[in-house]
Ligand binder design. Structure first.
Ligand code: DSN
Length: 411
């Protein structure tokens, strides 16, 4: 067989270009990370050739004796890592995982509580333009205007008033710990199913750096590629009582054939996360994020909720007289990737919001410590101050390249 370079030089060159971009750029997008060579080898393997609709030992195609072993390893390691009773490792990504859960336990029109998108939630947690908000009756809870925190007494009030069939806890832009236990107590009080979407913090939970909702919650979904540092994909974990419905919701309900090469990558990532050094990584991710938040606040930036307990923070860039989009564009020019973000009660539009979300998972993987993260904040601050000075930005770009050379990624 011919190599990629021989078959398609354009794609080969673009992959080289993207690899260079990653090598010489600082990655602060809170949902991104660098997966290991081992995970990439598994996902780039001949397992991509296989069809295996169904589950271990119950496939609709022949030739699955090896795939069954791969999927079972992924399941067993996921159960060991998170302590769940049942694991379905087939979801292709976070939204399909959530969709399969809704299909499994709800009927269209059923009521669910979920955190509002611009308060840190996720599109698939009930936003009106998303399938979740279109098909189901999501009632959204918010963070408090003064503190930026979820007020659990208010969540309880809403739950008692609305009597939802399910309560969903989870986020994509909330920097504080979630009170899983309290969510469970509230759900029990109103007879609701509990669902947690831990996509952002799964690696911190697996690394035992923050509390795990799995012992309390009925159903827990997560992507595998964020703090967990695996391949792009997701898993659904649940109590045994929900196992049959969840499996049926995912296949045949939501998906066809699983991506066996990716499931092999998930198995490798779970094995890596079971090692003691992953626990150190998870703690370092939080320390680094806290160092960045403290330095930003020292320099006059307002952080939503006043800090972070996890890997991310949302900065109100209007506290520096610039929008989230302007900040993202200026930082991109010097080689720092971030993502613009709405802030709670934002008066600006989502395409040009007030906030900027940053996170520490990727730079921590690359070996940056707290002092290194403070240095990154110094560069961010100088970039924001010089955001319309192209010559200054060019100079900072060179600094970033030199900094990246000290933290080699693939070279
Ligand atoms: N797109 C992901 C994030 O950036 O948080 C969530 O799906």
């Amino acid at each position: 067989m011919k190599s990629l370079q021989e078959t398609d030089s354009k794609i080969f060159d673009l992959i080289q270009k993207e690899t260079e971009r990653q090598e010489y750029g600082i990655e602060l997008i809170a949902s991104e990370n660098y997966t290991s060579k081992a995970v990439m080898e598994a996902t780039g393997s001949p397992l991509t050739n296989k069809y295996s609709e169904g589950y271990v030992g119950k496939r609709y195609y022949g030739g699955n004796e090896v795939i069954d072993l791969v999927e079972q390893l992924a399941i067993d390691r996921c159960k060991e890592l998170f302590g769940c009773e049942h694991a379905n490792v087939q979801p292709l990504s976070g939204s399909p995982a959530n969709a399969a859960v809704y299909l499994a336990v709800l009927n269209p029109g059923d009521k669910v509580l979920g955190l509002k998108l611009d308060h840190g939630g996720h599109l698939s947690h009930g936003h009106p333009v998303n399938f979740s908000g279109i098909l189901y009756n999501f009632v959204q809870y918010e963070v408090e205007e003064g503190t930026g925190l979820i007020d659990m007494d208010k969540v309880r009030e809403i739950a008692i008033r609305e009597k939802p069939k399910m309560i969903l806890a989870g986020f994509s832009a909330y920097s504080r710990n979630i009170d899983w236990k309290r969510f469970k107590e509230i759900a029990d009080e109103v007879g609701a199913i509990t669902m947690a979407d831990i996509s952002h913090v799964a690696g911190l939970i697996a690394g035992k750096a923050i509390e795990n909702p799995v012992p309390y919650f009925d159903i827990v979904t997560t992507t595998t590629h964020k703090t967990l540092r695996g391949p792009r994909g997701a898993v659904i974990m649940c109590k045994n009582a929900f196992a049959k419905a969840i499996d049926k919701g995912l296949f045949p309900g939501m998906q066809g054939g699983p991506h066996d090469h990716v499931n092999a990558g998930k198995a490798v990532a779970f094995l890596e996360a079971l090692q003691p050094d992953f626990q150190r990584y998870a703690k370092d991710v939080i320390k680094n994020a806290q160092a960045m938040a403290a330095e930003l606040m020292k320099r006059g930036y307002r952080i939503v909720s006043g800090g972070t307990d996890n890997h991310l923070m949302v900065i109100d860039m209007t506290s520096k007289g610039i929008s989230g989009k302007e900040a993202e564009v200026a930082l991109e020019k010097v080689g720092i990737s971030t993502s613009r973000s709405t802030i709670p009660f934002d008066t600006r539009k989502p395409m040009d919001p007030s906030g900027l979300r940053i996170g520490s998972p990727a730079v921590t993987t690359r070996g940056f410590d707290e002092a290194g993260c403070v240095k990154i904040v110094d560069i961010i601050d100088r970039t924001i101050n010089a955001h319309d000075d192209e010559a200054a930005l060019k100079g900072i770009r060179q600094e970033i390249i030199e900094l990246c050379k000290k933290h080699p990624l693939y070279k």
